[in-house]
Ligand binder design. Structure first.
Ligand code: NAP
Length: 267
């Protein structure tokens, strides 16, 4: 039996890539698609695959009434994703979502509802294996090199800042070594925001430029030396092996699993 997938945000940059990946996976089938601006179109044509006979619904709720599915995959916007995930859970469907920008309270609520319904949800702020390794190496290095700053760089249409990957990296560093907020005595911001934002005591700097996809540098400092750990997603196909893995694994989990590393490294 193939895994039947509804793609939410099917007309977006990531959604189109997910449609192509699901259609290319032998054990999966595109059951439906949702995207308000592209409602009425064909998901295959949007993804450049030719007509698939899978119409794009105007909402996840509508897509769920039109097609039977095992799983909903959401790559939309921070404003839309929470409602989409809740609609899917209410309909008894498992969810994989990569949309970033949701707050801690929304993620907790998703976990609570998924557990109450005995369903699994997998969310990763970054589905690229190299990014997961970059975060893991950074957390390990930060145990030995106290000074850390994160620079994340993305395309100029990204809505949320800082990126979910940067937030997750700061959290992994914090988990690895505890809170170590490093103050510079007498430091003064001549222009507000110059030193970036701060999460778990770590400075995060966000760069937005056309031509970029998704990139991050973690720069660590110690006496007389620096160590830079960098990952570059050069193409959105970099996220697809992780997304397909999550679609396969979401049947085996209950509640919210946050981070691709939980699927790769946890026993
Ligand atoms: P995008 O090109 O703007 O695509 C988002 C799509 O979702 C748009 O077509 C948008 O339509 C549609 N949409 C908006 N509201 C919707 C709703 N209620 N139901 C269904 N579809 C809706 O953005 P993107 O580059 O694909 O990125 C999408 C999200 O994925 C972002 O949060 C981004 O940060 C995240 N992302 C995550 C990863 C990861 O590995 N986790 C990787 C890359 C990106 P409109 O244009 O009409 O608004």
């Amino acid at each position: 039996m193939k895994i039947r997938v509804i793609v939410s945000g099917a007309g977006g940059k990531m959604g189109r890539e997910v449609v192509r990946a699901v259609c290319g996976a032998e054990d999966m089938e595109l059951a439906g698609a949702a995207d308000p601006q592209h409602a009425g179109g064909d998901a295959g044509i949007l993804a450049g695959l030719g007509e698939l006979g899978v119409p794009v619904a105007s909402s996840v709720k509508e897509a769920l009434t039109k097609a039977d599915a095992d799983c909903v995959v959401d790559f939309t916007t921070p404003a839309a994703a929470f409602g989409n995930v809740m609609e899917a859970l209410e309909a008894g469907k498992r969810v994989v979502f990569g949309t970033t920008g949701l707050g801690e309270s929304e993620l907790s609520e998703i976990d609570r509802v998924a557990r109450a319904k005995d369903l699994g949800v997998i969310h990763a702020p970054n589905f690229a294996i190299g990014a997961v390794l970059m975060m893991r190496f950074a957390a390990e290095a930060a145990r030995f090199m106290e000074h850390v700053e994160i620079i994340e760089l993305h395309h100029d249409q990204k809505k949320d800042a800082p990126s979910g990957t940067a937030i997750k990296t700061a959290e992994m560093i914090w988990e690895a070594r505890g809170e170590k907020k490093l103050e510079i005595p007498g430091e003064m911001e001549v222009i507000s925001g110059s030193r970036g934002g701060e999460h778990r005591g770590i400075r995060i700097h966000s760069v937005r430029l056309p031509g970029l996809v998704a990139h991050q540098e973690v720069i660590l400092g110690h006496v007389g030396q620096t160590l830079t750990i960098r990952h570059d997603s050069l193409d959105r196909s970099s996220f697809m092996p992780g997304v397909l893995l999550a679609i396969r694994k979401v049947r085996e989990v209950t509640g919210l699993v946050y981070g691709l590393e939980r699927l790769l490294f946890d026993a």
